[in-house]
Design a protein around this ligand. Structure first.
Ligand SMILES: [Zn+2]
Length: 373
């Protein structure tokens, strides 16, 4: 099976498609659960599958430090290690080096840094990042890039984007082509349309299997993010998948799908699940709130997850008040199930040609909120 993307339907700029990979098919739009260190936190692999997830994300930075890329390869690769035979996308490590590592120093060759765990020095280059992702057996490899800071002047954004473009070429040259595996380039250029165009054109010439939009959700706000997407997605090849990195809230996802994005990842549903915040069809709840202590209703009566079908809001509230580990487990499962059902609903609506109505209905239910009985 070659790595390919079939565009099945469009509704306005929104797209429904099917991504074919060596490790299985992924219907799009899709949300990728974040499996930072070879595990989606608080979830067994079976629990992740039960949410409807078809593809998960692994973090190169965390895995290169512990247990080490060569060790993962010796253990049979990331799919085997984490019991996830399906597709896995790994990031390049660059973003987390810049946010977590100590004594970072970046130059043309790559990034030198010390581990935030034990101070061990590393040198991450486009070539080494690509090699690490190969050792992990990533279905989708990301190029090493620099996530441009926000705000950035036009000159800063241009210099950063051009460095990422040079790294894209080196990453592409280092990528070992295998049947059903792909590599994505990352469009940078901050909030400048001419720079996004220059980046997109240079990456298209390298013929990546897919294209990510980077440097968004870094503080620019939803309105500006949507504005950048409005002009950036049409710059990308129509018959390749498009991935918006690190986004976002359910509302961000609906808006980005409307603007032609196919793939997302974000720690939000998993992180929120560990801190008692639930994303539901009736908006966001904080399960620590005392108003739930006698509430015998399901968390979300539209949801098929274990938390919603087998337990009450009162029980979930109790678990978080007692800091029982089952609370984060159940709520992570719920939040991921909610994100998957939101994307499944989006896909169905695009295929049926009523995506705008779908978004209106979902947003109206969030706004209506929950009525106390
Ligand atoms: Zn649920």
């Amino acid at each position: 099976m070659s790595f390919s993307y079939d565009l099945l339907a469009t509704d306005g700029s929104a797209r429904a498609g099917m991504l074919h990979t060596a490790h299985g098919d992924v219907p799009t739009p899709t949300f990728m659960a974040v499996g930072t260190a070879g595990t989606v936190k608080a979830m067994t692999a079976d629990a992740v599958r039960a949410t409807g997830a078809k593809i998960v994300l692994g973090n190169t930075y965390h895995l290169m430090l512990r247990p080490g890329a060569e060790r993962v390869a010796k253990l049979g690769g990331l799919h085997k290690m984490m019991d996830w035979p399906g597709p896995i996308l790994t990031d390049s490590g660059g973003f987390q080096v810049m946010s977590l590592a100590k004594l970072r120093k970046m130059d043309e060759s790559g990034v030198t840094f010390r581990s935030h765990i034990d101070g061990t020095p590393y040198h991450l280059t486009p070539e080494r990042s690509t090699e690490i992702q190969h050792l992990l057996d990533a279905t989708i490899t990301m190029q090493l890039d620099e996530c441009t800071k926000f705000p950035a002047t036009h000159q800063e954004a241009a210099e950063s984007m051009r460095l990422s473009t040079r790294w894209a070429k080196r990453s592409r040259d280092a990528f070992v082509r295998r049947e059903g595996y792909g590599q994505f380039g990352i469009v940078q250029g901050s909030t400048y349309q001419d720079l996004r165009r220059e980046s997109a054109d240079a990456l298209a010439a390298l013929e990546f299997e897919g294209y990510a939009i980077g440097g968004l959700a870094v503080g620019e706000g939803q309105e500006m993010m949507f504005e950048v997407l409005d002009y950036t997605t049409p710059m990308l090849p129509a018959h390749k998948p498009r991935y918006l990195m690190g986004v976002g809230t359910p509302d961000d996802l609906l808006g980005a799908v409307a603007r032609g994005v196919d793939m997302f990842d974000c720690v939000m549903p998993t992180r929120a699940g560990r801190t008692a915040r639930a994303f539901t069809s009736r908006g966001i709840f904080n399960l620590r709130n005392a108003r739930f202590q006698d509430d015998t209703r399901p968390l979300d009566d539209n949801c098929s997850c274990l938390a919603c079908t087998r337990h009450t809001r009162a029980y979930l509230h109790h678990l978080f008040r007692c800091e029982e580990i089952l609370g984060p487990m159940l709520l992570t499962a719920h939040n991921l199930t909610y994100y998957q059902s939101l994307m499944q609903g989006a896909r169905d609506a695009i295929l049926a040609g009523n995506y705008t109505e779908y978004c209106d209905t979902v947003r109206a239910a969030w706004a209506a909120g929950d009525t106390d009985t």
